[in-house]
Design a protein around this ligand. Structure first.
Ligand code: SF4
Length: 232
């Protein structure tokens, strides 16, 4: 896809959100668009919307090798319930793990490098051939995400965030209206759910992602880089 085409798509999709953005984006990109989901605390909303548009949208689930066991159960249950039939579970390369994280403790010594080999590289490989991908980021999750744009470009692909401006009460209402099951760890105070090694419950009044890499300056895994070229 050329930069002119990307610019045009950014312009057309930039004013949309929720299921409208997914639907129009699929009209534009068809089989060149994927959805990336952690099957985390609020993932059910985006996945449910996508399933209403098409159950064939490729859904990429990144199994870092460090996920909570209940996340795997939740992923299987939710995908079956929503009828998602193009689920693609991806993993880090065995060779990368052998070379760089043989003892499985890199998350403690160098979490940025750990996220690179367990998240960024596998996702970059999985996104080859796609011109756009859909993510469930929300502005209210932390301070960094307030700067994000609903449609932005990264590595010559569009990243679409249909829920970026949705407030938490609207997400809760969507769960309620559609009878969606919450991730089991939400009731234990985990409001953002990643690897078990780097995720803790969140205290009252804290940012939703405050339990991720707690006590460190790190707030993101590196999959989403700072916004360089927001929607036109
Ligand atoms: S979240 Fe933690 S364990 Fe998971 S990839 Fe990043 S540093 Fe490694």
């Amino acid at each position: 896809m050329t930069e002119v085409s990307r610019h045009s798509a950014r312009f057309r999709l930039g004013g949309l959100s929720g299921i409208d953005m997914i639907s129009h984006a699929l009209d534009t990109y068809r089989d060149r668009m994927a959805l990336v989901s952690s099957f985390g605390a609020e993932s059910a909303v985006l996945l449910h919307m996508a399933a209403q548009v098409s159950k064939d949208i490729p859904v990429i689930f990144l199994d870092t090798g460090k996920l909570f066991a209940v996340t795997h159960d939740y992923q299987a249950d939710l995908a079956a319930r929503l009828g998602l039939n193009n689920l693609r579970t991806i993993h880090p390369e065995t060779e990368d793990i052998k070379t760089e994280d043989r003892l499985g403790a890199l998350w403690r010594e160098d979490p940025d490098r750990c996220c690179t080999i367990r998240k960024t590289w596998p996702l970059n490989r999985a996104l080859k051939g796609f011109d756009a991908w859909v993510t469930g980021r929300k502005k209210f999750q932390n301070t960094d995400r307030k700067q994000a744009s609903g449609v932005q470009t990264q590595d010559d692909r569009l990243i679409l965030s249909p829920l970026l401006n949705w407030p938490k009460p609207d997400l809760d209402a969507y769960f309620e209206t559609h009878g969606l099951p919450p991730h089991p760890l939400v009731r234990e105070g985990y409001l953002s759910i990643g690897c078990f090694t780097c995720t803790l419950p969140v205290g009252a009044g804290e940012d939703q992602r405050a339990g991720r890499w707690q006590g460190q300056a790190k707030t993101e895994c590196g999959i989403h880089r700072p916004v360089l070229n927001p929607a036109a």
